[in-house]
Design a protein around this ligand. Structure first.
Ligand SMILES: Nc1ncnc2c1ncn2[C@@H]1O[C@H](COP(=O)(O)OP(=O)(O)O)[C@@H](O)[C@H]1O
Ligand SMILES: [Mg+2]
Length: 355
């Protein structure tokens, strides 16, 4: 096990810089998730940690060792990708044993490590099968087995669940988390899926266009997003944000002239200030109380069992409402929408930073 320290790490492809001087400390044993939209630089950063990609500038340390110029095989890192790349003609046992055999480990040690990994991953009954005779989830477990037999200092995962169907993804998510709780190996896990990030991470690093937007524990990012980007990225369904202008006296004026009376809940302004007003779908309520956002016309009703998702229109703007009261609602209904003052988020109209 080891810590990872990134210090002002940059990556350019030709003249184009895609990672802009990132610094990040990952503690020994921590499960860190890098999350962000496609193309924001997650894989590039992970591949620089692995040594599969040169670092244009800055320093990467594993433990106390600068690894900038160390080839991948000397970094004691195991990486699991989206495509499992198993050897199709080798059995599960041989697939898992391969890297140890290449390293010249003694036969008894290999057998022991493979047996232990197979037990941890529930692969023991499948050890003599070929990959073609396995399900997607089982293949992904073999790929992880291949990684853990080497007892690496670090595990790196790059979107390992993206090829699996939704149900299996949920199951494998829990398995990877359990594996980490058991082995406590320092892990960096890349995904574009904020639900994976929220459910698996000790700490989430939200990336945006080659920069770090915010770092925090999952619930910290959910409760206290520092920018509009993080607010909209973390949480599902996404936070509603109304664009408008703060006016003195706690008035929030929408583009169509509609107004929301925020009173003391609004930031004080001397002159009009453009801003976004955010509220999560689960914090909107039809029950009276708090701030009145307006009267909503119900456009779409999506029952999901424990909750019902509604798309409503307020003052020409679409909002999502997540209702857990099981109140009967029909398309076309006009309902008031309210929010508690403490559930409102304000973002600067120019910088998109939290106010
Ligand atoms: N080998 C490469 N050559 C040129 N540009 C690349 C290369 N690899 C990645 N990029 C660019 O770098 C940016 C970050 O890519 P990547 O790290 O793969 O993003 P992510 O994994 O977050 O989707 C993207 O704009 C991508 O097009
Ligand atoms: Mg990627």
């Amino acid at each position: 096990m080891a810590s990872i320290t990134l210090d002002n790490v940059r990556k350019s492809y030709g003249a184009l810089e895609v990672v802009h001087g990132l610094s990040l400390d990952i503690a020994e044993g921590e499960f860190t998730v890098l999350v962000g939209p496609s193309g924001c630089g997650k894989s590039t950063l992970l591949r620089m940690i692995a040594g599969l990609e040169d670092i244009t500038d800055g320093t990467v340390r594993v433990g106390d060792t600068v690894v900038n110029d160390l080839p991948p095989r000397k970094r004691d890192i195991a990486m699991v990708f989206q495509s499992y790349a198993l050897y199709p003609h080798k059995s599960v046992r041989k697939n898992m044993a391969f890297s140890l055999e290449m390293a010249g480990a003694p036969k008894t040690e290999i057998a022991e490590k493979v047996a232990r990994a197979a037990e941890i991953l529930d692969l023991t009954p499948l050890l003599d099968r070929k990959p073609a005779a396995l399900s997607g989830g089982q293949r992904q477990r073999v790929a992880m087995g291949r990684a853990i037999v080497r007892s690496p200092k670090l595990f790196l995962f790059d979107e390992p669940l993206s090829n699996l169907d939704a149900k299996l993804r949920v199951q494998m998510r829990a398995e990877i988390k359990e594996l980490h709780q058991r082995l406590r190996t320092t892990t960096v896990y890349v995904t574009h899926d904020q639900v994976e990030a929220m459910t698996m991470a000790d700490r989430i690093v939200v990336m945006n266009a080659g920069n770090i937007e915010q770092i925090g524990a999952p619930m910290e990012l959910y409760d206290d997003p520092q920018s509009r980007f993080v607010a909209e990225f973390i949480g599902s369904p996404a936070m509603n944000i109304l664009d408008g202008t703060f006016h003195p006296g706690g008035r929030f004026v929408l583009p169509d002239g509609g107004e929301i009376a925020l009173g003391g809940a609004a930031p004080a302004v001397d002159s009009p200030r453009k801003a976004g007003l955010g509220v999560r779908p689960e914090n909107l309520s039809h029950e009276p109380g708090g701030i009145v956002l307006g009267t909503a016309r119900v456009r779409v009703v999506e029952p999901m069992g424990s909750e019902t998702l509604m798309t409503v229109t307020v003052g020409g703007r679409s909002l999502l409402v997540l209702d857990r009261t099981r109140r009967p609602v029909a398309v076309g209904d006009a309902l008031p929408v309210h929010a508690a003052p403490g559930d409102l988020f304000f973002f600067d109209g120019k910088t998109d930073r939290r106010i």
